[in-house]
Ligand binder design. Structure first.
Ligand code: ARG
Length: 391
């Protein structure tokens, strides 16, 4: 038997590595940018002295636009959870560091708070830009960083677009079971959803030390795709749909010793994320029994492999529907091949390719992709994106 014990080694959370000083991390970032050809060694040393000066007088420093953009790209490249890193150089960033930062935010003695409404407007704008009429962009918006004694803003949502999950009296859930906790939290703040299976949750925005506020997203910022099947007309009647692209909003961008707690990241979907996970996991939408019924499969025994057949048709339907709707989506075979190309390119550049095998191997047909046979180390390197503690 092949041993896969490395799978069980949990990645070391960055927060548990010994605290390196901000100055040292800033120095590492600037030298790395120099090593990758973005500035000369002299310019790097000069910039490091400048940062040290800022740290000595203000306790923090501000990234230059280039440090933000190039650093964010490296953070993506370093992230072990992502199969899409082939495109790391294509990441665009929006500089929202001054958005919504109130008077209290910048100076001494403020509560660190600011304008939640302004943050909301900028997040809506992020979604519109990332959507781009269906040609989904790789887009990161970077909001105010945390500074000593003044943590930056965050949202409670794991993704900017996600569906509510309503726990029923009998224990079942209408909507996305993953969102039950967040749905109940925002209901306690006064939000009332329609109670359908696909109610988009409002954004819950919070400056530390202040009450969270929620905001409903306008429908033009939350595009969705209705799922149909290329050969089964009945499929449409299942009423399945999904939001057009993911926007991860519960990760901190850790860059050069600074932490950006609100840095939503949009990209296109791989079809398996929706077909073979979100709509089919038994602890998510759990739709395989309905698909199998429609296909007339014998669901009385696992041995008929009805799940496997339904899973394939559902994933096919997702790919087909996104294509029909003109929305960017990739299939898992393409994604895996691109990942291996990325890995080879990184090796040629003298770098390793940190990856968590269990996160990048596709949810279906894993053994048919080149990733299956390969081995990876989920090394945690900085800069990086790290998960937020739950609010
Ligand atoms: N798996 C998550 C979801 O289904 C999204 C994770 C990021 N995926 C991506 N293609 N960038 O919503």
């Amino acid at each position: 038997m092949v041993t896969t014990s490395f799978l069980r080694v949990p990645p070391t959370p960055l927060s548990s590595t010994p605290a390196q000083s901000v100055a040292a991390e800033a120095g590492d970032l600037v030298r790395q940018l120099a090593a990758e050809g973005h500035l000369s060694a002299d310019a790097a040393e000069q910039r490091i002295r400048e940062i040290e000066g800022r740290l000595a007088t203000t306790g923090s420093y501000r990234h230059s636009p280039d440090e933000l953009l190039l650093g964010a790209r490296i953070a993506w490249r370093n992230n072990p959870q992502c199969i899409g890193k082939f495109y790391w150089r294509g990441l665009e960033t929006r500089d929202c560091r001054d958005t919504g930062v109130g008077d209290g935010g910048g100076g001494e003695g403020g509560d660190g708070g600011g304008d939640e409404g302004a943050l909301f407007e900028a997040l809506v704008e992020h979604l519109r830009l990332a959507w781009n009429g269906g040609k989904v962009r790789l887009l990161l918006s970077v909001f105010a960083p945390s500074a000593p004694g003044r943590p930056g803003p965050r949202v409670w949502n794991g993704q900017l677009i996600r569906y509510a999950g309503y726990r029923q009296h009998d224990g079942s859930v209408v909507g996305d079971p993953e969102s039950v906790g967040l749905t109940e939290a925002v209901q306690r703040l006064g939000w009332r959803g329609k109670g359908t299976e696909y109610d988009v949750l409002p954004l819950i925005i919070q400056w530390p030390g202040r009450d969270p506020r929620f905001f409903d997203l306008p429908s033009d910022a939350t595009p969705e795709v209705r799922i149909t099947h290329p050969e089964y007309p009945w499929f449409e009647r299942l009423g399945l749909r999904w939001h057009a692209f993911p926007t991860i909003s519960n990760q901190v961008l850790e860059l050069g010793g600074l932490r950006y707690p609100l840095a939503p990241f949009s990209a296109w979907y791989t079809c398996t994320e929706i077909g073979a996970r979100n709509l089919s996991d038994t602890n998510r939408y759990d739709k395989l029994p309905q698909v199998a019924d429609g296909m007339g499969l014998d669901t009385s025994r696992d041995r008929t492999l009805w799940r496997d057949r339904a899973l394939l048709e559902l994933t096919q339907a997702v790919l087909h529907s996104f294509d029909q709707a003109g929305v960017s989506v990739i299939d898992h075979h393409f994604a895996s091949k691109q990942f291996v190309r990325h890995e080879e390119r990184e090796l040629k550049s003298g770098r390793t390719c940190p990856a968590d095998w269990s996160a990048i191997v596709p949810a279906t047909s894993g053994s048919t992709t080149p990733i299956w046979q390969r081995r990876y180390e989920p090394t945690r390197e900085r800069p990086n994106f790290t998960p937020h503690p739950a609010p």
